[in-house]
Design a protein around this ligand. Structure first.
Ligand code: V47
Length: 371
């Protein structure tokens, strides 16, 4: 029983939810729908904060990471209407790094001072799995202390299809080359009604989940995401969260969930609105409450701004992601946040919110550095 929670102090519609949270009773689909739609966002945040504090006390995590996007050339450029990053080969905004450029990019971005390279890209029609193996092996050789968190399930699924290999074989080869874990991208919204509109023809829900299932069965950890704030309805989001929770019950392999707020600029979806601050906080809080088996919840500051991410720490989030440097996917979609956050600034933001900053590695082990 969470004694500090008195359900009678909550607005009437939230009281049944508050009782369940107080008594550690798992939320069902109707509860999830209520959480994802309630106008009582501050009260929902109070519930999520109780859960978050029980899990992590006053700790708020961050990491020293860098993003590398080797290419934005993508076979799904016309399929993924929400994506502002992808390009067709030969388009003026397309880029393709050579292996040397990837390694140089990593070196320019801090090399072994960072604990994680987050490497994702377009699904390139020509580059073979061997190119990516050489990329990872070259990074591992040059930066042995850095964890390589690379390739969304979409990229892994493509490698399997292109090379006519099983998902497990692809992952085994990439792990042998240096892969440490998988990021959570590409999940979008699992429901086929939504996928048909925003990313028709890309991996479906079962395929996305299968990539992570296989990864987890091999001992790899991964993250998961949900892209909200476009054409989906709340019921679709409930379905999405339930599918992630079910896989986590099965494997326990997800480290963190990252709700991703849709950014409308420079893409083919034709929507004009950004999510509001309350939408973002509601999603953070609702996902903390529903995903009771996923240990960490990231408020990705690049996406929702450092100011809102700071507030999100009191709405269920326990992680602000990292220093990043040169974020591309969101900035091509209209994000107006800076492209990097120095450690001192991340720590200042966390402390000012009343939490204790803890630098973590990709697997959430605290990082101890000489002063
Ligand atoms: O898969 C693409 C999303 C994702 C847009 O695992 C968009 O630690 C909003 O997955 N508006 C990539 N979102 C980012 C991602 C991620 C980020 C930070 C940390 C981790 C992690 C993963 O970005 C894509 C897609 O869902 N995305 N375009 C857009 N216009």
């Amino acid at each position: 029983m969470r004694h500090a929670l008195d359900p009678e102090t909550f607005p009437r519609p939230l009281r049944p939810l508050a009782r369940k949270v107080r008594d550690h009773v798992r939320l069902d689909e109707a509860d999830a729908l209520l959480a994802l739609t309630t106008p009582h966002v501050l009260d929902l945040g109070r519930l999520a904060d109780a859960v978050r504090r029980e899990m992590h006390g006053d700790v708020a995590f961050y990491n020293l990471n860098r993003h590398i996007n080797p290419t934005n050339v993508c076979v799904y450029t016309y399929n993924c209407k929400f994506c502002s990053f992808a390009a067709l080969k030969g388009e003026p905004h397309a880029w393709e790094m050579t292996l040397e450029e990837v390694w140089q990019n990593a070196a320019d971005q801090g090399g072994n001072d960072v604990t994680e390279f987050h490497i994702v890209g377009g699904v390139h029609p020509e580059l073979g799995l061997d190119w990516y193996e050489r990329m990872l092996a070259g990074l591992r050789q040059r930066f042995p202390a850095a964890h390589l968190k690379a390739f969304t399930a979409i990229e892994i699924g493509w490698f399997a299809r292109k090379e006519k290999l099983a998902i497990r074989e692809v992952l085994e080869r990439l792990v042998a080359a240096g892969l440490g874990s998988l990021p959570g991208g590409g999940a979008e919204i699992f429901h086929p009604e939504v996928r048909a509109v925003i990313c028709d023809g890309k991996l479906d829900a079962d395929e996305w989940l299968e990539v992570h299932r296989v990864a987890h069965s091999m001992g790899l950890k991964s993250n998961c995401t949900m892209l909200y704030g476009h054409v989906e309805r709340p019921e679709h989001r409930v379905d999405h969260l339930m599918k992630l929770r079910a896989l986590q019950d099965e494997t326990g392999g997800f480290n963190a969930f990252i709700p991703l707020a849709y950014h409308p600029e420079n893409n083919y979806l034709g929507l004009k609105y950004h999510t509001t601050g309350l939408d973002d906080l509601r999603h953070i809080a609702a996902s903390r409450l529903v995903l009771d088996n996923i240990p960490h919840l990231k408020a990705y500051w690049v996406m929702i701004t450092p100011k809102l991410a700071q507030l999100a720490l009191s709405f269920g989030a326990d992680d602000l992601d990292g220093t990043v440097v040169r974020e591309t996917i969101y900035h091509m979609a209209g994000a107006e946040t800076v492209q990097a956050m120095p450690v001192a600034e991340l720590e200042r933001v966390i402390r000012a919110a009343g939490f204790t900053p803890v630098e973590r590695d990709t697997l959430y082990n605290p990082v101890r550095r000489a002063a």
